[in-house]
Design a binder for this molecule. Sequence first.
Ligand SMILES: [Zn+2]
Length: 124
Amino acid sequence: MSELKLCQGSKCHTYNTKDRLKGQKDNKTYQTRRRSSMYYGSGNFCSMNCQNDWFNDFGDRAIDHFGRLTEPKHLTEENAWVKGYDWHHITDECQHHTINIITKEQRPLTQAQYNDTNYTLNER
Ligand SMILES: [Zn+2]
């Protein structure tokens, strides 16, 4: 069995649902949810509520820490590459590509390049 992760929601334990009530018979408390996988906030939160709670408590500090935008970004040819794929029903093959949404130029990608979240043709 995979290891359980704790929801990072700062108020998770205050939502008194039955599944959060844990402990010995006469000593049960509402506790932060533990799950093998969570679907919100890159697998860190059990619900959208918990993700929003965390952001309300810490979002400003996180943005300041990693760099707050002070000027608008501009979509240009240099950063307009997005990933996509086409499914070919006849050959039953999936072809991955990256397409520049300004120039409409399309280039093939391997599946590994498609899956690699760090792989991009965009300038940073
Ligand atoms: Zn939670």
